[in-house]
Write a protein that binds this ligand. Structure first.
Ligand code: UDP
Length: 249
């Protein structure tokens, strides 16, 4: 079951259900891709129809962050909770270690994916990271990179190139990659490599992780200007409709 939020279909699944669904994708083996949809991406997709089409072609779309969860509630079709890229990735890594799924990490600055791999293998004993590659490649490097990924036959490909580039890259190459599940993870490798600390637990609990990121990386403020615009768009779209509907009753 999906919620149609500003034209994007979002799966109404908890993080456990998403992990289970992804496990089914892996068993089936055909190339699938997952989008963790945050307000910035959904807002941008309002102005670029090809971005919205791409989101709607994804095999699983999760509500990434409190902004999307709130918007679904405003629409009157609540989702069980947020399913962020890093949390979903951690859940999948745990299952990957149990099930023997092979993992490939692509993206971030040179050295980051390697350090992230060392840390996650230590955290999840038995985890099989079959390859890593940084995210600063040129279009000319792509055929070799895709071949390198194919050769290692990962079940899960995590791509950290920043949104929406990571989703567009996966979408463009998913058939050639032939990986059962690929998903974008933004800055997660920087966190897993220990380059960037994750927000403290209390910030995660209060759903203000974004504030922690803003305080650490003030250069993000420009991107965050989208959030009030997104909120306004949600209220204008769904409150107005709700009022009209209640007037007609
Ligand atoms: N990145 C990359 N190649 C690029 C541009 C960015 O690998 O050409 C990486 C960057 O090093 C960082 C990640 O993509 O690790 C993007 O992180 P950000 O926090 O901006 O992503 P978000 O979670 O906001 O999408």
């Amino acid at each position: 079951m999906k919620v149609n939020l500003l034209g994007a279909g979002i799966d109404r699944l908890s993080i456990e259900e998403c992990t289970y669904r992804i496990g089914e994708f892996i068993e089936q083996g055909a190339p699938r891709f997952v989008v963790t949809l945050n307000p910035e991406l959904l807002y941008q997709a309002q102005f670029y129809s090809e971005l919205l089409d791409m989101v709607n072609q994804a095999d699983l779309v999760t509500p990434d962050g409190v902004g999307i969860v709130w918007a679904c509630r405003v629409k009157g079709e609540p989702v069980p909770g947020r399913v962020t890229g890093i949390d979903l990735m951690l859940g999948l890594l745990e299952r990957a270690a149990e099930k023997g799924w092979r993992v490939f990490l692509l993206g971030s600055a040179p050295g980051v994916a390697e350090d992230a791999a060392l840390n996650i293998v230590e955290k999840y004993p038995g985890l099989h990271v079959v390859g890593t590659h940084h995210g600063y490649f040129t279009p000319g490097d792509e055929p070799g990179l895709i071949e390198a990924i194919r050769k290692t036959r990962p079940h899960l490909l995590f791509v950290a190139l920043g949104a929406p580039r990571q989703e567009q890259w996966i979408y463009a190459h998913r058939q050639r990659l032939g990986v059962p599940v690929a998903m974008g993870i933004g800055g997660s490798l920087d966190v897993l490599a220990g380059r960037v600390p994750r927000a403290p637990a209390w910030m995660q609990t209060l759903h203000v992780e974004w504030l922690g990121r803003l305080l650490r990386q003030p250069s993000r403020w420009r991107r965050m200007l989208v959030l009030p615009k997104f909120a306004f768009m949600v209220l204008r779209t769904y409150l107005k409709k709700g009022r009209i509907a209640s007037c007609r009753r």
